[in-house]
Structure formats: C-alpha cells, structure tokens
Write a protein that binds this ligand. Structure first.
Ligand code: ATP
Ligand code: MG
Length: 548
C-alpha cells in the first residue's frame, strides 16, 4: 500500500510513479542510466545514477545500464570500462547484462525504413550549414528543403546508398518529415541518421550510418521495456520527437520521459567538453585529478561512495535549475569523516621549539584516544621531548588582540600536553625565525585559560609532502563564461613540505586522517620523488576551528 500522507514529501517523479502504480498504468518500474561513453563520469552523473537506481530499488523495479554508443568515438572502450568501475564503486549494480544502444542498430535501421515507407522520413542532401539556416529561428519559420518532396522510392534508394557507403560524409542525412513551420524548432524535420566513416567499438565497420540521439534513445528505451525515462531538463523539447517517433513506428511499448534539473556545482564544471579542455591544457593531470568533480577524481581525493550518495539525496529531484554550493558536498564527506577518521597531528609549516628546562634525552609517552568519541578505535602513544615542532603561524613575536597562541613572553598549551612559554627566539640573516626557546610547566597539563595548538616531537616527526587543494576556478559559475581558461585558480594545488607523525608512514590499512585543526587528509599509495609519503587534503575541518 502506498502511504498517501507521506506523498507530500516525495519528489514530483516519485509522485508520478506512485500514481502510475496506483492506477495500474505501469506494473513494474523500469529505469535506465544511459551514459555516452565519451568521457568519465562526474558528480552530475552520480545524481542521475542515484535517481535511476534508487527509484528502481524503492519500487522493486529494475535499472539498466545502457551505453549510449550511437556515435562512434575512438575512446569508447576506455570509457566503457571506467564508467562501469565508477557505478560499481558508487554502490550500484545494474539489471542483468550491460546494454549498448549499438546492439539495436539493426532494429533502428528497420524502423527508419518504416518511416521512409510511411513517407515520414526523407534523405536530405542539403549541407549541414544549409540545414541549420533552413531550420529558421524562434521568430522565423523554417524553409522546406528541396529534397523533401522526393518520392518514397527515391528516398529508399538514397538511404540504401547512404548505408552502403556510396555517399560521402556530410553529403546526405535522413530527416523525419514533421513540420518545418512548427513553433518548436526541434520538430522542424530533425535529423535521424548521418554518415560517419569511423570504426565502431562494437559493430566495427558494419555501419557507416549512425542514428542520432533523438532517434536512438526512444527506440532503445522502448526495446528494453523502460517505463520511466528520466533525463535532464535540456531534453524537455526533445520529448516531442521522442513521442513522435514512438507513435509513428510499429512498436508496442511506450516509455514516458520525465525531466529534472541538472546538477551544477559552484566553482566547477560538469561539462565533459570543458573537463576535457582542463585536461588538454594541463590545468589538471587527467580525468582522475583530485581537484575535478569526476567520480574518479573524488575517489582519489578520498571521498567515499556513501558521502556522494548522501549528497545526491540532499540535492533531491526538482525542476529548478540552481547552482549547488560546494560546501554542501563538503559537509557530506566531513560528516562521515568526523565519525570515521583517525585523529593525528601534522605540521604544514614547521618551526622548531626547544624546551630549555628539560633534559636532553627527556622522553614522555602520552597515551591518547585515536578518536575522542570512540574508544573502539583504540589508543596511540605520542611522545613529548626536548625538541618539538609547531606551525609557524602559531607563533608571533608580539601579542595582539584576539591572538591566543604563542607570543614572545606569552604561553600556549600543547594539545594533550604541557603549557609552554616562549622566552627567546633565534633568527637567520634574513630575519626569519628559525627556532623558539621555551620553557614548560611540567606540573600541569590542564590549565584552561590558554589557547591550544598542535605539535609533533622530533622523535616522531617524519617529513611528508602535504598537498592542499582549492577550487579550480576563480569564479562561482565558470559555465557562464565563454573562456573558462581565463578563470583558472593558479593556487588550486599547494604542495607543502610538512611533518607527520612517523606512525602514519607504517600504517597500511588506515589512509584517512583528521589532522587536528587543519582538516581531513588522505594518504596516497605513491611516494614523492624523495621517498616521502604524499598525503593530500580531502576537505578542511569546519571553518571556525580551521587554521589554514
Ligand atoms: P554529453 O554532453 O557528452 O552528452 P552529458 O553530460 O549529457 O554529456 P551523458 O553521458 O549523456 O552526459 O549523461 C548520461 C546521463 O546523465 C543522462 O541522462 C544525463 O541527463 C545525466 N546527466 C549528465 N550530466 C548531469 C548533471 N550535471 N546533472 C544530472 N544529470 C546529469
Ligand atoms: Mg548526453
């Protein structure tokens, strides 16, 4: 039974589906995720995956994975593999075997012949540019192509010639015969097939004519028995062709198309074409660069599938086009890592502290929890000794208002340890402070009135390459800009030669940490050129606690 009370909290798509189920218009819900294997998946696709797979799951239905490989592409194989990997990583399993739109090329061809025979399609020999001009604009009606009046026999012969490779690329295409005066430009005789002499990953050289998205998509949906074909708003107009084709070919299944808004994310681009521009211009290393909103990039960054699914849930399904704040994505991973990440201390910009009032070989082990709220995550020992390192910006010579960290003559508490007081400093010939001489109060670890800073003792300090990431663009909505390359943030990746606790280097199973007061970090499998661990930032800790 469907609970009507709950209905008002459901998305418009859920309401449509439940209505269809109640009125028995549809018995089994069947959705599909139809990626074009011409690039890697990004967080926008994750939204689409989440919607399609989740809906199938919620209503005990099925969700197909269908590669929309209607147009040959040299990298199809590569992207088909990476897309499967990303979907499985996100935690979804498609219904039975993988499908390919190219599996249906034979059937699509037959449907094209049907349309020609019904005098509903014709071969147009206008050039691409002419077709564009003849199509007209919102204010100007379209102009009929001179080839539109060809007979069915002439069209059959021409289409056959297209198929057998007798017509060069760009010299002919198959168009639906709909209405060149239509108010909807998309209905002014849309193209159904075009010629392309390029090997296809699946059908090899069997075809040199390929169906367009508009022709292939509705037919593929119908063949697979899809009940609800969910796509993004830019296909709203295309729905007219979708329905026109299904109404005019002899097929006995009618999927319904519904549109929801695309995901747009601040300071990012979710256009495969623009992501490719960033790669081609060496702004990022590849599709899986941790700064990119691709699923492989987010995975490398240290995002978890759960955090991404939570984000998609939070974004929801609506028809409103909006730009989602990046902080919304960040809060999902932060919330998870706050519970799961091991706490440790690391220093981004170290400065040395000498504790003058303790002996040279003084070593004190301090047992602390790996997670302040979870004893089950165990304990670790940190070492306090004569030489320790703190952040350079946790010290300033003169005290100032609102600065509650270490100053010359002032005191600060070392987290989990003692209060230290800075008595003197050493500077190099460039006037840079190289060392701070302090004393510590060994009688008390618990005084509350001091600021608290993180630190690492020389005994446990291990050099590491710490990478900080920032937005890749300097503008919130780069998609509105014509040249995205003018809005690249040159500081999107900052490499620091910092210090970590040496235990981290040894840990094999743990790779995600909270560096106290800094943020959540992810340990790469690779090491830097000088054999230091590489650890990069996943996300900062909450702004109010953050020191960077
Ligand atoms: P292309 O420009 O290459 O067509 P695309 O972004 O439309 O790229 P597809 O591989 O065709 O990518 O998309 C597969 C599915 O994911 C489609 O149903 C599409 O509507 C959906 N999708 C793509 N981008 C987004 C996004 N930003 N938000 C939500 N859904 C998206
Ligand atoms: Mg697309």
């Amino acid at each position: 039974m469907i609970n009507k009370k709950k209905n008002k909290y459901k998305s418009f798509i859920h309401k449509i589906i439940e209505n269809d189920l109640v009125h028995m218009k549809k018995k089994n819900i069947h959705t599909r995720f139809p990626p074009d294997p011409n690039g890697n998946l990004h967080i926008g696709h994750a939204k689409s995956i989440y919607i399609n797979f989740k809906i199938a799951e919620q209503y005990q239905g099925k969700c197909n994975l269908r590669f929309d490989d209607t147009y040959p592409h040299i990298n199809h194989k590569k992207y088909i593999n990476s897309i499967q990997k990303d979907i499985l990583w996100l935690g979804y399993q498609w219904n039975q075997k993988i499908r390919y739109a190219s599996q249906y090329f034979d059937k699509m061809y037959k449907y094209a012949i049907q349309l020609i025979k019904k005098n509903l399609a014709y071969v147009d020999k206008l050039k691409k540019e002419e077709i564009r001009i003849y199509r007209g604009t919102l204010k100007k009606p379209g102009i009929v192509s001179p080839y539109r009046k060809q007979t069915i026999e002439e069209n059959m012969l021409l289409f056959e010639n297209m198929k057998f490779g007798n017509i060069p690329e760009g010299d002919a295409c198959l168009r639906a015969k709909i209405d060149m005066q239509s108010n909807s430009i998309i209905m002014r005789d849309p193209i159904l097939y075009r010629i392309k002499f390029l090997e296809h990953h699946n059908t090899k050289n069997q075809w040199c004519i390929y169906p367009t998205y508009d022709f292939a998509h509705c037919i593929s949906d119908a063949i697979e028995g899809i009940t609800h074909s969910l796509c993004t708003l830019e296909f709203q107009e295309n729905k007219k062709i979708y329905n026109w084709i299904l109404n005019n070919i002899d097929i006995n299944h009618y999927p319904k198309q519904y549109e929801y808004s695309r995901l747009n994310l601040e300071y990012s681009t979710l256009s495969k074409r623009k992501l490719q521009i960033l790669i081609d211009n060496n702004i990022v290393d590849s599709w899986n660069d941790p700064r990119l909103p691709t699923l492989s990039g987010l995975r490398n960054r240290g995002y978890t599938p759960h955090a991404i699914r939570e984000f998609c849930k939070k974004v929801g399904i609506t028809k409103q086009d909006n730009l989602i704040e990046i902080s919304s994505l960040e809060s999902c991973i932060r919330k998870e890592l706050n519970i799961t990440a091991y706490r440790t201390m690391a220093i981004l910009n170290p400065i040395e502290i000498v504790i003058c009032n303790i002996p040279e070989k003084y070593i004190e082990k301090i047992k602390i929890l790996n997670h302040p709220k979870n004893k089950n995550m165990g304990y670790r020992n940190i070492i306090f000794s004569k030489i320790i390192y703190i952040e350079r910006n946790d010290f300033q010579e003169k005290s100032s208002k609102n600065y509650n960290r270490l100053t010359l003559g002032g005191s600060v508490k070392l987290k989990y340890s003692y209060i230290i007081t800075a008595n003197s400093i050493h500077k190099d010939c460039n006037n840079n402070i190289t060392r701070i001489f302090c004393t510590c109060d060994l009688t008390n670890k618990n005084k509350k009135k001091y600021g608290i800073i993180h630190w690492i003792s020389k005994e446990q300090a291990e050099q590491a390459q710490l990478i900080l990431y920032n937005h890749i663009f300097t503008t919130k909505n780069p998609n509105k800009k014509s040249n995205i390359l003018s809005y690249i943030n040159k500081n999107s990746k900052i490499i620091k030669n910092g210090l970590i606790n040496s235990e981290l280097k040894k840990q094999k199973k743990i790779n995600t940490y909270q560096f106290e007061r800094i943020g959540y970090f992810y340990k790469n499998k690779k090491f830097s050129e000088n054999k230091h661990p590489i650890i990069h930032q996943i996300v900062q800790i909450k702004k109010k606690n953050n020191i960077i």
